[in-house]
Design a protein around this ligand. Structure first.
Ligand code: DSN
Length: 427
């Protein structure tokens, strides 16, 4: 009989050597399983992906790229990175892929490094209207080192104002135009962005961090044919490990690779890259395509359910995995709603809405997403139940006897709901 190959320590080893940290891991598993996870940027990575990430590949230094490393002994991890790249190229139809960025923000730093010089202007969605810190916020490197020109959504439709994007592009002649957001629930018009970028000679960068998993599952159109460069994360709808990636046209391959390493990063995380390969493999399956379609269907059901319960969906609904709700007419701010939901076992986040009169730490809205609960197998009936529970929690006045009773009742129902379709049922 041959001995089984050692593939990494099992959880018992952690429990034996460091029960304190082992206990935290188990507590977090209980937290993820015990409540409704509605944060739009989160998901439940597969057990196979977790195994790859928790593997001995973490030990290897591999500065450089497959076949051209600055360390010996990279022949095995080269195989993992090459498979990750090839799977991503096939999945997205990209000319060139870089799977080394440690995070979405690191990937975005590399885009600036590849395509712009400090002081250049960059046209991107305003953060309060749904953009991202790395799209020119003053507290971020992007706002400090580049001249950010923000575009907005229209007040009447709450959809991106493409006329304003074009007008600003003609006035400011930006080096880069960014399409992408963290709190915008509608499909982006990549063709419109491309036409504007071509008119002013700008690079079109699509930050697809939020929705790349829907693109992988063919649930929404792909930005790859339109963009010079696409940045993304692998841990949101895509359901892989926490990390980033870049895709670009062949002509930009060298600039993008040099911007990731050596400009922005040193050694790549080979364990995470192996887990990215696992996620890309999983995303090539029919069952993943069904998952991605269900994520959108579930977000729409949740949106309808909460609108029926008296909330206002920003832009009237969703085409994706996330929805933004304006709570102003309920006279409940986002911070209060987030806290009430937390007390009921529902995890979501307060979020600024376009033209928000409240400061970001309070915010007038909440953002919800369907990726994690869909991974658990939630269907339309479950999402209607989720909508009703969220609506009850948001309205329950914590600190009053009635409110606390209601929050406890909602929490009981949340516990029953998630127990029927638990996260990680096989662990
Ligand atoms: N922080 C992420 C989100 O929640 O959308 C984006 O980086």
């Amino acid at each position: 009989m041959t001995e089984p190959r050692f593939h990494g320590p099992d959880f018992a080893a952690l429990e034996a050597s460091d029960p304190e940290i082992a206990g935290i891991v188990l507590d977090e598993l209980d937290r993820q399983r015990g409540g409704l996870q509605l944060i739009a940027s989160e998901n439940l990575t597969s057990p196979a992906g977790l195994a790859a990430q928790g593997s001995v590949l973490t030990n290897k230094y591999a500065e450089g790229y497959p076949g051209a490393r600055y360390y010996g002994g990279c022949e095995v991890v080269d195989r993992a990175e090459t498979i990750a790249i090839e799977r991503a190229k096939a999945l997205f139809g990209a000319d060139h892929v870089n799977v080394q960025p440690h995070s979405g923000a690191s990937a975005n730093l590399a885009v600036y490094a590849a395509f712009a010089q400090p002081g250049d202007s960059v046209l991107a969605m305003s953060l309060p209207h749904g953009g991202h810190l790395t799209h020119g916020a003053t507290v971020n490197f992007s706002g400090r080192w580049f001249t950010a020109v923000p575009y907005h959504v229209r007040k009447d439709t709450e959809l991106i104002d493409y006329d304003e994007v074009r007008e600003l592009a003609l006035v400011h002649r930006p080096r880069i135009i960014v399409a992408g957001a963290t709190a915008y629930s509608r499909e982006l018009d990549f063709a419109a962005f491309r036409a504007i970028a071509d008119e002013v000679g700008a690079i079109l960068w699509v930050d697809a961090a939020h929705f790349i998993g829907l693109v992988a599952g063919k649930a929404i159109p792909s930005p790859v044919p339109y963009a010079d460069v696409v940045s993304a994360t692998t841990h949101k709808v895509l359901r892989g490990p926490r990390g980033g990636m870049l895709m670009c046209r062949a002509e930009h391959a060298r600039a993008v690779d040099k911007a990731v390493f050596p400009f922005g990063q040193g050694g790549p995380m080979m364990h995470t890259i192996a887990a990215k390969a696992v996620a890309f493999g999983e995303a090539q399956t029919e069952s993943y395509a069904r998952y991605a379609a269900q994520v959108v269907a579930n977000a729409r059901t949740l949106s309808t359910s909460l609108v029926d319960a008296g909330m206002r969906a920003v832009s009237g609904g969703t085409d994706t995995h996330l929805i933004l709700f304006d709570l102003q007419h309920l006279r409940i701010d986002g911070r209060t709603a987030e806290a009430r939901c937390a007390a009921a076992g529902i995890t979501l986040n307060k979020n600024a809405i376009p033209f928000d009169p409240a400061p970001p730490a309070v915010a007038s809205g909440i953002r919800v997403g369907s990726a994690a609960v869909t991974t658990q197998g939630f269907d339309a009936e479950d999402m209607n139940a989720v909508g009703s529970l969220v609506a009850r929690a948001v309205r329950a006045e914590a600190g009053t006897a009635d409110g606390d009773r209601e929050l406890a009742a909602v929490k009981d129902e949340v516990t029953t709901l998630v127990a029927r379709k638990p996260a990680y049922p096989v662990i």
